[in-house]
Design a protein around this ligand. Structure first.
Ligand SMILES: [Zn+2]
Length: 85
């Protein structure tokens, strides 16, 4: 990561491995261990274009049925207006 964070202007970053959630409409793909560079001040994450296109291709492959995913998660979805408490 070169230069400053586009959100807060901080110039210090660290390399991290994170969980990335790719979403297209109602479909999602969660990828663990994705390399990124994170702003040490605000936490904004920056990904290499190559990393993002790899995730997108993987999503396509799963959609086309040419690739099996490691596991599936069942995710409950709520609207804030319906929340209790
Ligand atoms: Zn920042």
């Amino acid at each position: 990561m070169q230069g400053a964070c586009s959100f807060c202007g901080n110039t210090e970053f660290k390399s991290k491995s994170v969980e990335y959630v790719y979403r297209r409409g109602e479909k999602m793909l969660v990828v663990n261990g994705v390399p990124c560079t994170q702003c040490t001040y605000c936490g904004e994450r920056y990904y290499e274009a190559e990393v993002l296109s790899k995730i997108e291709s993987d999503f396509e492959a799963i959609e086309n049925g040419t690739r099996e995913v490691e596991k599936h998660l069942s995710v409950p979805v709520e609207d804030f207006s319906r929340l209790v408490g």
